[in-house]
Design a protein around this ligand. Structure first.
Ligand code: HEC
Length: 100
């Protein structure tokens, strides 16, 4: 039972991740995750398009979680240190679900 509970706790929840994404990320990455948010036009570096299968081909969930945590120095991508580990992994699960 304890094992079962911890497996449930570890499973990322893309629906919860969608809420985190919509609250924090759509201004740049876009509602559809295609990098075309309303603020993107003004940015010197274009936000990542998470709908591209080529993007996901080279990234593990751990890579993407680390980028959300630490941000991307030299780009407008800030470090989202205020998110919990659970929120970050849920957001990664949601982003991966946007892959076409
Ligand atoms: C102020 C605009 C902005 C906001 C808000 C923003 N991002 Fe970004 N994000 C960017 C830009 C610009 C990049 C850099 C793209 C590049 O390097 O090609 C980026 C890069 C990333 C990357 C790294 C892609 C890679 O592999 O290099 C991830 C992951 C990411 N964003 C996720 C998120 C998530 C999740 C949120 C919300 C919690 C978020 N971003 C909020 C603008 C933003």
């Amino acid at each position: 039972m304890i094992l079962l509970l911890s497996l449930v706790a570890l499973a990322a929840d893309p629906a919860a991740g969608k809420a985190v994404y919509e609250a924090n990320c759509t201004s740049c990455h876009g509602l559809a995750g295609d990098g075309k948010g309303p603020a993107a036009i003004a940015l010197p570096k274009k936000p990542t398009d998470f709908t591209q299968a080529t993007y996901w081909a080279t990234k593990t969930d751990t890579d993407v979680a680390a980028l959300i945590r630490a941000g991307k120095p030299g780009t407008p991508m800030a470090a989202f240190t205020q998110l919990t580990d659970e929120q970050v992994s849920n957001t990664v699960a949601y982003l991966r679900s946007l892959k076409k």
